[in-house]
Write a protein that binds this ligand. Structure first.
Ligand code: NZQ
Ligand code: ZN
Length: 385
């Protein structure tokens, strides 16, 4: 097992009827910015519940943080935070709102052009404004991690950043919110969580047995409950397991002491930036082809995955190949289209464009063995057409 440090200061508050705690979690006398998205929280009662519990605070609202949050939108929020001397941020939403708030938190005291945080991937270790979250969509794990992804609309770049100062101080995670989610978002959430585990699991054989078993536990649970929770979003047993799986998939536990490979996400982010495809759907398009192109590197782990998760029999080669097919089957069952051409007619230049972008950024040797070249990235994207 590799050396590691495990630091996670987020107070994770899980379950029904937890919103009452909100007023005790924010420092007394704080001036609070409540940030949210396009208005789903006004339809499902979350907005009313949040505001009711903030009645003793001076509250400013900022709405309109879009999916795949835009730098240009967040700049407006930063100006308001400065003007109103806000000192605490509350994100009420899914990954996009939470990530948007992480950016505001990082940028508001940043000494320089905030664009640098994205383009130079500045690590935010201090001077971030404190923030909490009320999670409305289980998927990204952003409620308990210190990473975020923001899109620069003007350049069509979707870039990640983070740092130890960007953990939420608290996250209120009530699984009953799932009842109001559209099917498509639940499908996305399950597949995003599933892929987060795969990025930290599907590498090469190592001796971190516990991390493997935790990863396999999350994968098995998502396979079992995924299709059911889409059909029965009001079932609390299913909803609570879905929410906890997605948090556990990316709260920084699984990657401890093990190799990881985040290239499905790196390529996927480009598909969202270029074609506006939902984050999770880009992962379903790319992941299986990436496993195929890197078959020799990932074969042993694919075989372990096939045996332990799908109980497949045969030679390691056979099991590994079948395990990729089973993954695609699951994505289809979860309502994912897995070909780029099913999302856009304008797909033909995608591979060249992504290859050029990666070249410009110097991303030439990716993956757990640094053997994922730009040529292979092109091949993966072309296979996804
Ligand atoms: O904006 P509103 O009106 O709230 O509607 C949202 C949005 O349209 C809606 N929604 C959220 N909660 C709802 C609801 N609708 C009804 N009822 C509810 N309870 O769902 C839509 C999608 O929301 P979004 O926040 O975009 O979804 P998600 O949580 O999947 O977040 C995706 C973003 O997170 C990034 C992605 O790249 C993408 O930008 N990621 C962040 C990560 C992280 N911080 O660690 C890791 C991930 O890999 C991912 O990259
Ligand atoms: Zn993701």
């Amino acid at each position: 097992m590799n050396n590691f440090e495990l630091y996670n200061p987020t107070n994770y508050i899980f379950g029904k009827d937890q919103m009452e705690k909100l007023s005790t979690l924010i420092p007394k006398g704080a001036k609070v910015l409540v940030a949210y998205g396009g208005g789903s929280i006004k339809k499902n009662g979350i907005y009313d519940s949040v505001l009711k519990n903030l009645k003793d605070f001076e509250v400013t609202e900022f709405s309109g943080i879009e999916p795949n949050p835009h730098f240009e939108t967040l700049e407006k929020a930063i100006a308001i935070v400065k003007e109103k001397k806000i000192d605490f941020l509350l994100a009420v939403g899914g990954g996009s709102v939470i990530d948007g708030v992480k950016f505001i938190s990082a940028a508001v005291n940043y000494d320089g052009n905030p664009l640098e945080i994205l383009q130079k991937r500045i690590l935010i270790k201090e001077n971030a404004m404190p923030f909490g979250t009320v999670l409305t969509l289980p998927a990204t794990g952003s409620e308990m991690n210190s990473g975020a992804v923001v899109t620069i609309e003007s350049t069509q770049e979707k870039l990640s950043f983070g740092g130890s100062a960007l953990f939420p101080q608290f996250s209120i995670c009530d699984p009953t919110v799932i009842a109001s989610l559209p099917k498509r978002q639940i499908q996305n959430g399950i597949v995003d969580g599933f892929t987060h585990v795969m990025e930290q699991y599907l590498t090469y054989k190592h001796d971190a047995y516990l991390q493997d078993r935790i990863a396999e536990g999350i994968l098995t649970t998502l396979l079992e409950i995924g299709p059911k929770v889409v059909e029965h979003p009001t079932d609390y047993h299913l909803a609570s397991n879905y929410m906890w799986c997605c948090t556990m998939a990316l709260n920084g536990l699984l990657n401890k002491g093990v190799p990881t490979d985040w290239t499905t996400h790196m390529i996927g982010h480009e598909l969202t930036a270029m074609h506006g495809i939902d984050h999770a759907r880009t992962l379903a398009i790319i992941g299986p082809h990436l496993y195929t192109v890197l078959f020799e590197t990932k074969k042993e782990k694919l075989a372990q995955y096939g045996k332990r998760i799908f109980h497949l029999a045969g030679s390691d080669d056979e099991i590994a190949k079948e395990a990729i097919n089973k993954t695609v089957e699951f994505y289809h069952l979860m309502g994912m289209d897995t070909k780029l051409s099913q999302y856009t007619d304008d797909y033909e230049k995608t591979a060249d464009f992504i290859a050029k972008r990666f070249e410009e950024r110097g991303w030439k040797a990716m993956g757990e063995k640094q053997n994922l070249t730009i040529e292979k990235v092109k091949q993966i994207v072309e296979m996804s057409y």
